[in-house]
Unconditional design. Structure first.
Lengths: 357, 568
C-alpha cells in the first residue's frame, strides 16, 4: 500500500481491568471502504468511536492524512459520522438538519441552500427540504443522516452500524447506494457491522475483529477462502470443522485417508491431530471421478430447505463419528431422488481443505 | 521513546475551548449546591456536636436530649401519629388508584383532578377546615363527642388533616405502580380459569408491592416532617417538628434544635435509600415487551368503584369547601352571611397583601431560576464530558434534597447564613435566600424530570454536533432546549406551586419584610384570626389554580407549535 491515509498504531482501550482493545494497528488507504466486522463486544464500535474522538484510547496513535490526531477533540478532526439511530434533530426540518454543519462555517445563505439541494439529490431525496424527520421512513432518515455527514465534504466517513435498524429489503438497497455514493465521492470510509453479508457486499477490505484484537484483514474473498485463524473460519460463513490425523498419504478421517492439497498442510509433523476446515460448497456431489481417493459414501441425516438449495447433513461410515453439512441444489435433490436416509457419493475438494493445528 | 510514554499515563484528549464553558457551568452548579445545600447541612451536624459556646462536646447533646422526658414524648407522638396516618392513607389511596387504573368507571379524569386539589393548597388548609368542621364551634362537633373524642385539637386533628394532605402524594405513586401492569399475565391467568381474588393476590398485589412500600415511606416521612398542620391544630400535642421550632425560635437552643433536626433527617434518609432501591426493582419488572393492561367493563364492580371515588372526592371537596365557605362567612358561627370581611382584614389590616406579593415574587423567582438551574445542571451531567469527580458530586447533591425535610434545610440555613463571618450572611432574611432555599428544597423532583427528558433524546446528538464542528451550546439552544420545553414547563409549574405553599423551610428564614403568604396564614391563626387565615389559604389555592391553568395553556400552545415535527 502507498502511504496510508488513516493509520492506527498500538491502539489500546481499558475499562478498569477489562481490555476492550488490545494493541490494534491498521492502515487504511485514501478512498478505501473498510468494514470492521465481528461479534458484539469485539471492540469494533469502540475502535470507530476512538477514531472519531468520541472515546479516548488508553494508549496508541491515530494519524489522519499525515496529521497526528490522537489527542484532538472530535471537532478538530475531520470526519462525518452516521449512527444506527440516525440521530437526526427531530425539531429541525430536513434542510436544517443537512445544513447544520454548513451554517456554522459562515457560508452564504444561497450557497447553503444550493449545497443542501445538491446533497439531497445525491442521496436520492430531492425536494424533501421542508419535511421533518418524523415524516420520513427509516431508510429515508438514514439517507438524510448520510447527507448531513457528507455536507462539509469530510475526508473521512464513519458509519456505525448504519443499516442495523432498517428492515431487510431497505437494508440491501441502501447498502448498495452507500457503496456507489462512496465510489463516486471517493471518500475514505470505515463502517462497523456485525452482518458479514453486508461487509462482503460493500467493503474493499474487511477487518475481522474478536476480543479486542484484529484477527484478519483482507478482501471478502481472502477472508472467506483463506481464513487466517480458527475464529475467522468459524465466524465467517458456514463451515465443517473436522478432526483428522496427518499420515503419509494425506489426512485420515475415520478409516479413510483423504488427499489435501492446501498449502496450510506443510510444516505439520506426521501423526499429529489437526483441525480441518472445509466449507459446505467444497463438498461436491458431482462430478465424482472414478477412483478418486477423496470420494466417500454418505448417508443423508437431515435436509433443511433454504430456497434454491438445501442444507444437507450427512454422515459416512468411513468417516467415523464426523458429520458434514453440504449444499445440494433443489434440482439435484429432485433429479437424484434423494431424501433422508438416501445414500450418495460425495467428494471433498483437496485444494480447499484448510488445516489448523 | 513514544511507546514508553504511551504505556505510562493514559492518553488525555485535548479539551476543545467550547468544552470549557460546559466545565465552568458544571462548576457553578456544583458551587451553588455546595453553598446552599451541603454547607447548611454540615452546619447542623456541627451544631449538634457543639455546646452553646461552640466547643466540641461529642454526643453530649444527644444524651441530654434522651434525658428530657418532654422531648422523648414528642418523638413518640411523632412516630405513632405518622404510623397511623400511613396505615389509613395507604389503603384509601390504593383502592382509589385501583379504581382509576383497573375499572371502567366514568369521570376518571375528573376524579383524578379532584384528588390533585390538596396539592394546590398549603397543608395547613386542611387543619383550618377541620377546625370549622369539628372545632369548639364546629358544625359537626357533636359527631366527635359521640365518638368519644373530646376535641379535634391534638392527635385526632393532626391525623385527619395529614390524611387529606398526604393522600395525593400516595395516590400518585400507587397509580404509577398499578399502571405498570402487563396484560399478558392476566390473560395467562384467565386462560387457566383463575378467580378474580386469586388474580388480585398473585398478580396485582405483588406487582404493586414496590409502589406500596414507596408510598408508605413517603407518607410517613411527609407526616413526621410536617410543621404547618401540628402547629395549627396540634394544640398542646407536641411533635418533633413543632419542637424544633420552639427550641430554635422560642428558646434559641440551637444545639438541641440541631439534634431534633437530625432525628427528622433519619426517616427521610431511610425513605430516600429504600425508594432508590425500589425504583431500580420497579423498572426491572416491566419489560419493553409488556402489553399494557386495559380493564374490561364490569357493571357492578365499576359502580362500586364509582361510589367509592365519589365518596372520597366528596370528602376532599368538603375539606376545601369548608375553608372556602368560612372565608366568606361574616362571623362564624353566628353570622354566616357572605362578606369579604376576612379578605379585607387579611389583605389590608394584617398586611398579608404584602406577604402575598412576596409569595408571588418567590413563586416566579423559584420557577424561573429554579428551572434554569435544574435544567442546566441536568444537561451538564447528562450530555457533556469530563471532570468526573465533580460530576459524581453534583449527581449526589442533586438527589440529596429529596432526603432533607424543609424544616431541617431551613434550620441549616439559619446556622450557616446567620453565622458570624459568613460572606453570604447578607442574604439572611432576604427574599433571595427564601427563593434559593425553596429551589434547593424542591430540586430533586425537577432534576429527575429534566434527566428523564434528556435521557429520552438520542445520545448521539452531541457526537454528531462535534463531528460537524458545531459547539455544544448551539445544539443545546437549537435542539435540546426546544425538544425539552414541555419538561421545562412541568418543572416550572412544580416549582411555582410548591413555592406558594411551602412553610417548613420558610418559617425559619423570613423577616417582617419578607414574610410569605403561607407564613402569614400561620401568624393569622396564632392571632386567633382563623377566618382571615382561611381566606388567605383560599387565595393561595386560587393563585395556584390560575397558575396551573396558565401553565397548561402554555403546554397546549407549545404542543401546537411543535406539532409540525412531532406528527408523521
Amino acid at each position: 500500500m502507498s502511504t496510508p491515509y488513516l493509520r492506527l498504531s498500538g491502539i489500546r482501550k481499558d475499562y478498569g481491568s477489562f481490555t476492550a482493545l488490545n494493541d490494534v494497528a491498521l492502515d487504511i488507504a485514501q478512498g478505501e471502504f473498510v468494514c470492521f466486522l465481528g461479534p458484539s463486544g469485539c471492540g469494533k464500535t469502540t475502535l470507530l468511536r476512538i477514531i472519531a474522538g468520541l472515546e479516548v484510547q488508553s494508549a496508541g496513535r491515530i494519524e489522519l492524512g499525515g496529521r497526528d490526531i490522537s489527542r484532538l477533540p472530535p471537532a478538530e478532526r475531520d470526519y462525518g459520522i452516521v449512527f444506527q439511530s440516525y440521530a437526526l434533530f427531530p425539531n429541525l426540518s430536513v434542510a436544517d438538519n443537512v445544513a447544520y454543519g454548513l451554517v456554522n462555517r459562515r457560508a452564504g445563505k444561497a450557497q447553503v441552500t444550493a449545497r443542501v439541494a445538491e446533497l439531497l439529490a445525491l442521496v436520492g431525496l430531492p425536494g424533501s427540504q421542508a419535511r421533518f424527520p418524523a415524516q420520513l421512513s427509516g431508510g429515508q432518515q438514514q439517507r438524510i443522516a448520510l447527507a448531513r455527514a457528507l455536507a462539509c465534504a469530510p475526508s473521512l466517513l464513519l458509519l456505525d452500524e448504519p443499516l442495523s435498524a432498517l428492515d431487510a429489503i431497505v437494508r440491501v438497497k441502501l447498502r448498495g447506494e452507500i457503496r456507489s455514493l462512496q465510489r463516486k465521492l471517493g471518500v475514505t470510509t470505515v463502517m462497523v457491522t456485525h452482518d458479514q453479508e453486508e461487509a462482503f457486499a460493500v467493503a474493499d477490505r474487511i477487518v475481522v475483529m474478536n476480543h479486542g484484537g484484529i484477527e484478519q484483514v483482507g478482501t471478502a474473498i481472502q477472508i472467506y477462502r483463506e481464513p487466517a485463524t480458527l475464529f475467522v473460519a468459524d465466524f465467517v460463513g458456514r463451515i465443517n470443522a473436522l478432526t483428522a490425523t496427518l499420515e503419509a498419504g494425506g489426512l485420515r478421517l475415520g478409516t479413510q485417508v483423504f488427499r489435501c492439497e492446501h498449502e496450510s498442510l506443510s510444516g505439520h509433523a506426521a501423526g499429529r491431530e489437526l483441525r480441518v476446515y472445509l466449507r459446505p460448497e467444497d463438498v461436491l456431489a458431482r462430478p465424482i471421478p472414478d477412483g478418486d481417493s477423496n470420494v466417500f459414501e454418505a448417508q443423508i441425516d437431515a435436509i433443511e430447505f433454504m430456497g434454491p438449495y438445501c442444507l444437507v447433513r450427512v454422515h459416512g461410515e468411513s468417516l467415523g463419528s464426523a458429520k458434514l453439512t453440504v449444499y445440494l441444489s433443489l434440482n439435484y435433490l429432485a433429479e437424484a431422488q434423494l431424501q433422508v436416509g438416501s445414500r450418495l457419493k460425495l467428494r471433498l475438494m483437496a485444494e480447499r481443505m484448510r488445516v489448523f493445528s | 521513546m513514544s511507546s514508553i510514554a504511551l504505556r505510562g499515563a493514559p492518553v488525555r484528549q485535548q479539551i476543545h475551548w467550547t468544552e470549557r464553558f460546559a466545565h465552568a457551568a458544571l462548576l457553578l452548579v456544583a458551587l451553588a449546591l455546595i453553598a446552599f445545600l451541603a454547607a447548611p447541612l454540615i452546619a447542623i451536624l456541627q451544631k449538634a456536636i457543639e455546646d452553646a459556646q461552640g466547643r466540641y462536646v461529642g454526643l453530649a447533646n444527644f444524651v441530654a436530649y434522651a434525658k428530657t422526658p418532654a422531648l422523648l414524648q414528642s418523638l413518640w407522638n411523632s412516630v405513632w401519629v405518622s404510623v397511623v396516618v400511613t396505615l389509613v392513607t395507604i389503603p384509601i389511596a390504593f383502592v382509589f388508584a385501583y379504581a382509576l387504573t383497573r375499572s371502567r368507571m366514568r369521570y376518571r379524569n375528573l376524579a383524578r383532578s379532584i384528588t390533585l386539589v390538596p396539592l394546590l393548597a398549603p397543608s395547613l388548609l386542611a387543619a383550618i377546615s377541620l377546625i370549622y368542621w369539628f372545632g369548639n364551634q364546629g358544625v359537626l362537633k357533636s359527631w366527635l363527642t359521640q365518638l368519644g373524642i373530646e376535641q379535634i385539637y391534638g392527635a385526632p386533628g393532626i391525623v385527619l388533616a395529614e390524611i387529606f394532605s398526604t393522600f395525593p402524594h400516595a395516590l400518585m405513586i400507587l397509580v404509577t405502580a398499578l399502571t405498570a401492569a402487563d396484560a399478558r399475565l392476566y390473560e395467562a391467568a384467565d386462560s387457566m380459569g383463575t378467580s378474580a381474588a386469586r388474580k388480585f393476590f398473585t398478580i396485582t398485589l405483588p406487582g404493586a408491592k414496590y409502589g406500596l412500600i414507596s408510598a408508605a415511606l413517603v407518607t410517613f416521612t411527609l407526616v413526621i416532617t410536617d410543621f404547618g398542620i401540628p402547629k395549627v391544630i396540634g394544640g398542646s400535642f407536641n411533635v418533633l417538628a413543632t419542637d424544633v421550632f420552639k427550641l430554635v425560635i422560642g428558646q434559641q437552643d440551637f444545639q438541641r434544635g440541631a439534634v431534633v433536626a437530625l432525628l427528622l433527617l433519619a426517616p427521610a434518609l431511610l425513605t430516600f435509600a429504600v425508594d432508590h432501591w425500589v425504583s431500580r426493582k420497579q423498572t426491572a419488572m416491566l419489560t419493553a415487551r409488556a402489553v399494557p393492561y386495559a380493564p374490561k367493563r364490569a357493571p357492578v364492580f365499576d359502580a362500586l368503584m364509582s361510589l367509592y371515588c365519589l365518596g372520597t372526592c366528596a370528602l376532599i371537596l368538603a375539606m376545601l369547601g369548608m375553608a372556602l365557605f368560612a372565608s366568606f362567612a361574616t362571623l362564624w358561627p353566628y353570622n354566616l352571611a357572605p362578606s369579604l370581611r376576612h379578605y379585607r382584614m387579611g389583605l389590608f389590616d394584617a398586611e398579608v397583601g404584602e406577604a402575598f406579593a412576596n409569595s408571588l415574587k418567590m413563586g416566579v423567582g423559584t420557577a424561573v431560576f429554579g428551572t434554569a438551574l435544574v435544567f442546566v445542571g441536568a444537561y451538564m451531567l447528562e450530555k457533556t464530558q469530563g471532570m468526573r469527580p465533580l460530576r459524581a458530586l453534583v449527581r449526589l447533591l442533586a438527589m440529596l434534597p429529596m432526603a432533607v425535610p424543609g424544616l431541617v434545610l431551613g434550620l441549616g440555613y439559619i446556622f450557616f447564613f446567620n453565622a458570624r463571618g459568613n460572606p453570604l450572611g447578607g442574604l439572611y432574611h432576604t427574599l433571595t435566600l427564601l427563593t434559593v432555599c425553596t429551589i434547593v428544597h424542591f430540586y430533586t423532583t425537577g432534576h429527575l424530570t429534566a434527566v428523564t427528558a434528556l435521557k429520552s433524546l438520542d445520545a448521539e446528538f452531541e457526537s454528531v454536533s462535534a463531528s460537524l464542528k458545531v459547539p455544544f451550546y448551539k445544539t443545546f439552544w437549537r435542539v435540546t432546549l426546544p425538544i425539552c420545553t414541555p419538561a421545562l414547563v412541568d418543572i416550572a409549574r412544580y416549582f411555582f406551586i410548591n413555592a406558594m405553599t411551602t412553610i417548613s423551610a420558610a418559617v425559619f428564614l423570613y423577616s417582617p419584610q419578607t414574610k410569605v403568604a403561607a407564613i402569614a396564614i400561620l401568624n393569622l391563626d396564632e392571632a386567633g384570626e382563623i377566618g382571615a387565615a382561611a381566606a388567605m389559604a383560599i387565595l393561595i389555592v386560587a393563585a395556584n389554580t390560575i397558575a396551573t391553568c396558565i401553565f397548561m395553556g402554555l403546554s397546549w400552545w407549545i404542543d401546537r407549535r411543535t406539532q409540525a415535527w412531532k406528527q408523521p
